[in-house]
Design a protein around this ligand. Structure first.
Ligand SMILES: [Ca+2]
Length: 126
């Protein structure tokens, strides 16, 4: 029993150490460390470059015919707080594959939508 308790203690110490290292590493990238769904304010269509509100955060309240280099083909999670439907497209100028994101939807993108969105049509559906 004593041996297993020591093992648990050693394992806990190792995990704490790993956590500390991870935190230090993230500190170099302020935007990545700060990203979460809580960044998204009412009235906005919010996107993140990683799942679960992670990575780089941006929002829009207007149509975007062509996303810039940071977001183009790089969105993995979204939260629609506009109060209306938002249509997301894999092509520029609202073309190619379309998904309607209902008002209030907060989730990771799925299937072919992951890392493929290029234009966003606010207050619209497919
Ligand atoms: Ca695309």
């Amino acid at each position: 029993m004593q041996v297993s308790m020591r093992r648990i203690a050693a394992l806990s110490a190792a995990l704490l150490s790993a956590t500390a290292i991870g935190t230090t590493a993230l500190a170099g990238s302020a935007s990545a460390a700060a990203s979460s769904y809580s960044q998204c304010g009412s009235g906005k269509f919010c996107v993140w470059t990683e799942a679960d509100g992670g990575g780089t955060y941006r929002y829009t309240t207007e149509d975007i015919k062509q996303l810039g280099s940071v977001l183009d083909n790089n969105i993995e999670s979204i939260w629609n707080r506009t109060g209306s439907n938002v249509a997301i497209y894999t092509g520029a100028n609202f073309t190619d594959r379309c998904s309607t994101i209902g008002s209030g939807t907060k989730r990771n993108l799925a299937g072919t939508a992951v890392n493929s969105v290029t234009s966003i049509d606010v207050n619209a559906a497919c």
